[in-house]
Ligand binder design. Structure first.
Ligand code: BTN
Length: 318
């Protein structure tokens, strides 16, 4: 795509005249100007100086499939078929689902229609975070997938902990929080045969370097750079996430959620706390009692212990 090639040419941070960019891309100066506008629409700031041309205002560290591959473990190298990176997509989950290839990973610099759980938007500004989706096929029906979303939460915690982050907690089923604020989210989308092959798209969003002043999000959130005071390499982080997913999903296929349950429980943000669970049909209040081997949540209420399955459910403190 022209806009991607243009970005490559500008990546050195120097001025390039409209003419030289046009020559390199085989387009007119007016067409270059139109592509520059497209970059600006993505949120990339560009200096445009008469007689000098265009240059990037700030250096850009874009994701690189090559650098991500260099981070991969032997297991991940064997498991993962392809890694694709887009400058801008509607949603990486939608792309991974449409492409539909087993063990295919895609990432994007920006999502224009990033999706969260319960029909919410996932705010996905350009070049600041991780938006990653992995397509993985399971062959023994939906019952094999019980506890998968909680297991993914554990795997993502493991990956993030490789970056000096401590005390990452999980909120049922799979939100990741640090200091009571959301750090990462997971969206699983499943399709297929109840008794046979199931295609699962595992979507992971991590707040990495997101600028607090620029974005309003309707829930408390935090980013890795705020927690560690460091700018971390998104390529490294993406590599670690893929490594943990590739290894962990193999383990999950063999042992199910029981292999991850203790670790999930250790990180359970609301364990023994008073919570309210809101489902489509009811509100349940009680003390959170952890999860079972299937990933169901237990709550001790005044009417006895209730078990909550997955679904469009919200859990909060009272
Ligand atoms: C949540 O609500 O906590 C889940 C957020 C999941 C966001 C990720 S970003 C990559 C993938 N693509 C999407 O549209 N959503 C997921």
């Amino acid at each position: 795509m022209q806009v991607e090639r243009l970005l490559d040419l500008l990546a050195d941070g120097r001025f390039h005249s409209g003419q030289s960019l046009g020559d390199a891309l085989g387009i007119s100066r007016t067409a270059v100007w139109k592509q520059i506008k497209k970059l600006e629409q993505l949120g990339i700031q560009i200096d445009s100086v008469h007689g000098k041309g265009y240059r990037l205002k700030q250096s850009l560290n874009l994701l690189s499939a090559h650098k991500i591959r260099n981070e991969l473990s032997e297991t991940a190298k064997k498991q993962i078929t392809d890694i694709e990176i887009y400058l801008s997509v509607d949603s990486t989950n939608t792309r991974a689902n449409q492409f539909g290839k087993d063990r295919f990973v895609c990432l994007a610099e920006q999502q224009t229609a990033g999706r969260g759980r319960r029909g919410r938007e996932w705010v996905s500004p350009f070049g600041q975070n991780i938006y990653l989706s992995l397509c993985w096929y399971f062959y023994s029906g939906v019952s094999q997938l019980e506890g998968l979303s909680l297991s993914i939460a554990v795997l993502l915690c493991r990956a993030l902990e490789e970056f000096d982050l401590q005390d990452i907690k999980v909120k049922w089923p799979n939100d990741l929080l640090c200091k009571q604020r959301k750090l990462a989210g997971i969206l699983l989308e499943m399709s297929g045969d109840a008794d046979g092959v199931c295609k699962v798209v595992i979507g992971v969003g991590v707040n990495v370097n997101m600028d607090r002043l620029q974005y309003h999000i309707d829930q408390p959130w935090v980013s890795i750079s705020e927690l560690t005071d460091k700018i971390i390499s998104r390529d490294k982080l993406a590599g670690k996430i893929i490594n943990h997913l590739a290894l962990g999903l193999l383990e999950f296929q063999e042992k199910g959620f029981s292999a991850f349950k203790d670790e999930w429980m250790k990180r359970d943000l609301f364990f023994e706390k008073s919570i309210k669970v809101v489902t489509a049909s009811a509100e349940i209040e009680g003390i959170e009692k952890g999860v079972d081997d299937r990933g169901c949540l237990y709550i001790k209420t005044s009417e006895g212990v209730k078990r909550i399955h997955g679904g469009e459910i919200s859990v909060r403190l009272i």
